[in-house]
Every structure is written in structure tokens, then in C-alpha cells.
Design a protein around this ligand. Sequence first.
Ligand SMILES: [Zn+2]
Length: 686
Amino acid sequence: MIANRWNEAEAQAFLTAAGPDPRARDLALRVLTSRLIGRDPDLVMHGGGNTSLKSTAVDVFGEVVEVLHIKGSGWDLETIEAKGLPAVRMAPLMRLRDLATLSDEAMVNVQRLNLLDPAAPNPSVETLLHAWIPHKVVDHTHATAFLVLANLPEVEAATRELFGDRLTLVPYVMPGFALAKAAADAFDRNPEAEGLLLVNHGHFAWGPDARSSYDRIVQHTNLVEAWLADRRPAPLVPAAALPADQLALVLSTLRGALASVLPEAAHLPVLDLRAGEAERAFSTRADLEDLATRGVATPDHVIRTKAEPLVLRTAQQGAEAMRAAVAAYADRYRAYFDTHAPHADEPKKMLSPMPGLVWLEGAGIVGVGATAAAARIAGDIGCQSARVRADAEAVGSFRPIGAKDLFDMEYWSLEQAKLGSGKAPPLQGRVVLVTGGAGAIGLASARAFAAQGATLFLVDRPGEALDKALAALGQDHGAYGCDITAPGAAAAAVAACAARFGGLDILLSNAGAAVTGDIATLDNKVLRDSFELNFFAHLAFAQAAIAQFRAQAAGRGARGAEPGQILFNVSKQAVNPGKGFAAYGLPKATTFFLLRQLALELGAEGFRVNGINADRIRSGLLSSDMIAARSAARGVDEATYMAGNLLRAEVEARHVAEAFVMLARAERTTGHVMTVDGGNIEAALR
Ligand SMILES: [Zn+2]
């Protein structure tokens, strides 16, 4: 059931902030209930739905004009503000109803022209529909329960049974001028109604004020939800979840297989697996292949997920079978494009033929996207639409719009605009795992990679530092807490990364700690422990990463532009021993050798291996106490000590981070160690 989230105290706070002007007060409550709707993913998701308020405004001449505040494109209801509900002059919008037709471009133009603030965002494509419903407040959702009802073949009878005349049905028309006309005509036939059911699309309700319209949205939705709940069969029992290591390899293989229909230079997509009980249960249904071909629950989902999910049964989860299934999917997509594109008003360019959703038998529902955010959105929509399909099949059947309407929507210029354009950042969608990701160099590197569009997965000891580091990067990155020297920890961390994002592109093996002691009397345990962290953990992460790289390559079937790479944080100790640093330098020298060995053995597969020798960076390795002690021992101040290099300039964590990014982007470089120490001839290589 949908909770009614209206809260009197919150409303009063909004009114207090708005002040005494009645227009400002109306708008404040309009913002509030827009957010209340936006907070519930079973009402709207990811920019779907829209809200409006009819009000007045004073123009530059001091004249009062009637306006429609309507959701601006690019705003999400959950976080909307008053400026996300720009005011459009009502009079011209009302006059448009006399026109027989209006092109999308002309509609967008006239809406923009009549904005009171020319800098405001574009008014929603459903602006005219809102304008022509003669109620002060109008709300539109794509509520999960309504998507079930709206896609039933017997939608009319079911709506009558549930609502009588309270909801008016509007047959499917693509959003835009024609839908607004159809909806306004439907309204006129039944002006006493409380709302509209847009067949194959969603729900509208209205009221004299923000609260009453919101109350109706909740009531109507819950009426449908209760009706569905009575008819819902007992949930399927999900299969046992796959073991993490197996799941990781399946996802990495899938990631490669999905990219097999992309150009060679394209990066692998990011995946977002939803493996909750409900998704795993859904993924075992016998009728997945049939359900997959039916279409989307509401038209604008097609731009996020494509019309059809790819179904992969357990037997199809090997590399070759997956690639064949993805190729067959792409062939169907090309056929769909070739069938419908010639009938479009203007020439269309085919979008990527890669699926946006995968139903992976036994494992769950996988969102696919060029970025982690796009994969997350596809995953959210995929889970909702799975519930819609299951419920619709339980009460009748799921019969959404057909292929031609889907094509019109998928290739509609106004929808494509939602996805944005512009050049992708260079490391967009690359999944980068950083060990020691919460430390100074690790986090600086993570930020540097994220700034280039990469998706980060931080590995460090569990605790506040790791939580804070992840929070600093944001929700579309991941983290995993462990002691990286524990047996099996590296493989588990890499598997967790693959489970979260579908694989791994770049391992930044960074974690380390300096251990000091005189070599002549060095305790054996101290040295062996240092080897665990400063060498064996590097080796274990490299081995686990290589297994994922190979699974991705097997899925893709041919080498892509960047099949995988490893970056090591070595140390100047590997080539230029410091007194008392044997326990650190010995394993680092071994790691340096490991880098060259890996570069030699992995080159033929296209995997690159490089590293950085950094020195004298403020970090966990070189604390402020140590800096104080060392500068005192040399009889210089701290700044002079830190700038004790050829350039006479302190080297910071960000300089190391930038060098890692440079190596990651140096496509024909492998087996290379870059020195980042401000210049030190004794530590120079060769
Ligand atoms: Zn809509």
C-alpha cells in the first residue's frame, strides 16, 4: 500500500517559509506534495510523472496574468524546488486547443516562448494536458498499481468495477499535443470525474488544492493495489543464490557478451544486478521468453531499458551461448528498427542494439547502462516492470503498447533529449577497484578517476574512514570492507566488485604500509607480515582481477579497445633502498618484479600492467609525526623536508592520483613505472 505522507508540521514549515503571499503559499504546498509523490517509487521514478498548479503572477507591467506552474524537464519530483515548476502564461496555452494539430517542435517552442522567466527549464511535454484540465492542482503518476491496471486488455471493465465514473479512460496516444487533446475531450465528457486513466501509460488526478489532489492520488492507487493484492498468488520460491565467485564470473562474462554487439572501441557497459528474493523468484518463471516480448509498462521506460529484456536461462550462461543470445537480440533490434524507421517523419539513426535489461535465470534482474547511474535506473525500472508483469498476468494479462508505438516513443526527439548529449568523459563506465581506497593516495586516486567518469569500488578496512570515502564519491560507487591480507579476501573483494558493477576494468593495487627495522636483526615475523601486505595482497588482487578480465574477454569473444589493466603503487624503496626500510623495500622490490612479470605474461591478451614509484607523500604511510621527526633529524623545517627534491616542491597525493590516471589512459604503455617524487636522481630507473 502507498503511505499518505502528508504531515501537518511539514506543511506548516513550508507555509512559514513561503510568507504571507497567497500565491507563494499555494506554490509552496505544490512543491511539497510534488515531493511527497516523488518520494514513493511506487508512484513515480526517475523523472517520470509531473505536477502542476494554476495560479497568477505579476508581469513586468505590473499586470496580473494567469499562469500554469508545470514541472520543468530535468527536474525530479523527489527533489523539486519552486524553480523546477516554471510559470507559463495560460492564455496562449488555452488558445492552442483550437488547433487541429501541432508538431512537437512547435509545441515546445510555444511553451518556451510563454515562460515568464526565459531562463527556466523546458516545460514538461505534458504541459497542455495539465493546462486543459480546469482544476487548480493536477498530478500525474506512473504508479506501479496503475501500470498493472492500465496494461490489462480488460482495462475498461476493471476500471469501471473499481472506480465507476470517478476515473475517465483515455485510449493510448503518444504523449504530446494529440494526447492532451484526447485527455481534455475525455474530461469534457465526464467533468465530475476525479481523474483519468491513460491506457498503457498512467494515472491523473486533480483537486482544488495540493493536498486534496495528493490524497486522491494515494486513494486511487491504493484502491487498485488492494484489488491486486486480493488476486496475487503466493510468491514463487526463489532458487538459492549463486555463490559469489560463480556469480562474479557469470556477470563478467555477461558484461563482455553485451559489449560484443558494440563497436570495438566501445567500453564495456556497467551492470546493476538486483538479486532480492522477488527478483530471483521472478527470474525462474517458465514464461519469461513470452513476457519479455510484450513491451514496456509505460512508454517512457523504453528509452531507459529498451522494449525487450534479454532472457538468459542457466544453460545460456556460458560465454559462447551468451554471445549468441546477445547477437540474436541485436538482430531482432535491427529488424525492429528497419521495420519502423522508414515510416518515421524524419530520418532516424539506430541507437545501440544492446539490451538495457537482462533477466538472468536464477540470479535476478540486471540493469545495463553506459554508466552506473544509467544501469541503476534501468535496474529500478526493471524491478518495477517485473512486478507489473507478474501482477498483470495474475489478474488478466500484460498487454502494453505494440512495437510501432514503442518505436515512436524510443525514437521521439523529445524523449531522446532526456538522455542528454555531449561527449562522454574518457573513462566513462570503466570500473576501477582501489585497494587502500580510504587512505590519502587511494581516495585522491579514486576522485581523480571519478572525475574522468569512472565507477569506483573502494576496498579498505571496514569502518568510518571507508564509509566517509564512499559518501564523498556518491551513490553510484561501491565499497567493500576487509583485511586484504586475510586468506581469500582479495578474491572475495573482486567478486563483490563484479557483483556490484558486473566486472572490473582497472585494478589499482595501492594499499601498503611501511615497516621499519634494522635488516641485521629484523624479526622474521615482521618481514613476513610486511610481505603479506606489500607483496602477497598485490599478487592476490592481481590474480583475482585477471580472472574477471578473462571472463569479460571470453564474453566479448574478441579483444575490445581496453580489455583490462592493473596499476601498482610500488615505491621508490623498490629501487632505492633507505636505511632501516628493508622490511618495506624487500616486498616492494618483489612487487616491482611482479609488475614486469605480469606485463610480460599478459601482454598478448591486451592486459596492461603499470605502476608508480612515489616518495614522500603525506599519508598514513608518512604521518605528521614522522615528518616532524625526520625534518628535525635533518635539521630542516618541515616544508623544506617535504620539498627536498629536484623541483623543490612538495609532492601531494593528488599528483600521484593524476599520474595513475595518465597511465590508465596511456593505451600503448605496459610494464612501465612512472616516478612521482619531484625528482630524485638516486631513485631514477635505469
Ligand atoms: Zn506520463
